[in-house]
Ligand binder design. Structure first.
Ligand code: AQP
Length: 325
C-alpha cells in the first residue's frame, strides 16, 4: 500500500505530532511503500521568518530520522523541491467550490489567529493538500484527527475529477490513531496541542528533562483531585492520562488504578519521568545527526529525485485528461 504524510516546518515538533502522526508512520514503514515529506509551501500561509525556514525544514528531517523514519525504506523530500505540487493545486482549484474552502475549520481558526494576514493561500491550503496526496496516488494518509476535514475534501476532489475527466486518481483514505489522534494543549486542554502556541502548552520531542518536569507540573488540571479519565469534566487529567497510556503502552484503566489514592502532583511526577525516559533516545539520536548536516541535505536531494518521477507521471495523466496536451 502507498502511505503518504507530511508535517509543516513551523516549529519544533511536539508529542501531539508524534502520537497523532509519526508513531503511525513508524509502524506503517515496515510493510508499505512510504513517502514522508516536509510541507514548506504550506508553512508560508502563516507569518514566518524567511531566514529560519531552511533551518526548520532540516530540523524536521532530523526529527524524522531521530524518531525512527528510515530513509533507506521511505522517501523523504521537501514539498517545494517538486514543482508539480503547485501545478496540480492550480488545476484542482478549478474544480473546487470556494464555499467548500470557506467552511474548513482550519481556515476559520487560522484566520482568527492571524487576523492581519488572512491570505488566499490560507483559504487554498486544502487544495494544495489534495494535490500533495493525489500526485503520489496515495492509498492511506496517516494524520491527526484535525486533518480529517481536509482529507475528506481531497477525497471529494479526487472523485469529482475522476467523474469529470475519467479515472485518474486513487481516492485516498485517512488513517487516524485510536487514542492519540488529538492530543490537547497542556494549558487549555479543550484545544488541540499546537506547535505555534505558547511553548508551555506543548512538550517538544527534544525538551530537556527540566523543561518536561516544569511543563507537566504546570499543566492545567481541575479541583476534583481524582486521577480518572473523564474528558468532559476533567479534560486536563484525561489528556495527561492519554499521553501516559500511549508512551507507557499501558491501558488507561491500569494507570487510574495505579494512581487511585494518589494526588495530582504524584501523577504528574510519574508522567514527567516517563516522558523523560521515552524521549531520551530521540534527543540522543538528534544530537548524533546534528554532527552531520550534509546527510540531511543528501536525504532531501535523493528523496526529491524519487518523488519527482512519481509526480511527473501523474501530471502527464492529469494534463492529458484535462485536454492540456
Ligand atoms: N495535537 C495533536 N494531536 C494529534 N495529532 C496532531 N497533529 C498536529 N497536532 C496534533 C498532526 O501532526 C501532523 C502535522 O501537523 P502539521 O504540522 O501539518 O500542522 P498542524 O496539524 O496544524 O499541526 P500543529 O502542531 O498544530 O502546527 P501549527 O501550529 O503550525 O499549525 C498532522 O498529521 C496533524 O494532524
Amino acid at each position: 500500500m502507498k502511505i503518504f504524510s507530511g508535517i509543516q516546518p513551523t516549529n519544533q515538533l511536539h508529542i501531539g505530532n508524534y502520537l497523532g502522526a509519526i508513531a503511525q508512520w513508524i509502524d506503517l514503514q515496515k510493510d508499505n511503500e512510504c513517502i514522508f515529506w516536509i510541507a514548506d509551501l504550506h508553512a508560508l500561509t502563516v507569518p514566518y521568518q524567511a531566514k529560519e525556514l531552511q533551518k526548520r525544514t532540516l530540523e524536521v528531517v532530523a526529527t524524522y530520522l531521530a524518531t525512527g523514519i528510515d530513509p533507506e525504506k521511505s522517501i523523504i523530500f521537501r514539498q517545494s523541491d517538486v514543482k508539480e505540487h503547485s501545478e496540480l493545486a492550480w488545476l484542482l482549484s478549478t474544480i473546487t467550490p470556494v464555499g467548500d474552502l470557506e467552511r474548513m475549520t482550519q481556515f476559520k481558526d487560522k484566520s482568527q489567529k492571524h487576523k492581519a494576514n488572512i491570505n488566499a493561500g490560507l483559504l487554498n491550503y486544502p487544495v494544495l493538500m489534495a494535490a500533495d496526496i493525489l500526485l503520489y496516488q496515495s492509498n492511506r494518509v496517516p494524520v491527526g484527527i484535525d486533518q480529517k476535514q481536509h482529507i475528506e475534501l481531497a477525497r471529494t476532489i479526487a472523485k469529482k475529477f475522476n467523474k469529470k475527466f475519467g479515472e485518474t486518481f486513487i481516492v485516498p483514505e485517512g488513517l487516524y490513531s485510536k487514542l492519540g489522534a488529538k492530543i490537547m494543549s497542556l494549558k487549555e486542554p479543550t484545544k488541540k496541542m499546537s506547535k505555534s502556541d505558547s511553548p508551555d502548552s506543548f512538550i517538544s520531542l527534544f525538551d530537556s528533562p527540566e523543561q518536561i518536569k516544569k511543563k507537566i507540573a504546570s499543566a492545567t488540571t481541575d479541583s476534583l483531585k481524582s486521577v480518572k479519565y473523564n474528558p468532559e469534566k476533567q479534560p486536563g487529567i484525561a489528556n495527561l492520562l492519554t499521553i501516559y497510556s500511549l508512551f507507557a503502552e499501558q491501558l488507561i484503566k491500569e494507570i487510574e488504578k495505579e494512581f487511585a489514592n494518589k494526588g495530582y502532583a504524584e501523577f504528574k511526577q510519574g508522567l514527567a519521568l516517563l516522558l523523560i525516559k521515552k524521549l531520551k533516545p530521540f534527543r540522543d539520536k538528534k544530537e548524533e545527526i546534528a554532527k552531520n548536516p550534509e546527510l540531511l541535505k543528501d536525504i532531501l536531494e535523493n528523496g526529491a529525485k524519487k518523488a519527482r518521477l512519481i509526480a511527473q507521471l501523474t501530471m502527464q495523466k492529469v494534463k492529458q485528461a484535462m485536454g492540456l496536451v
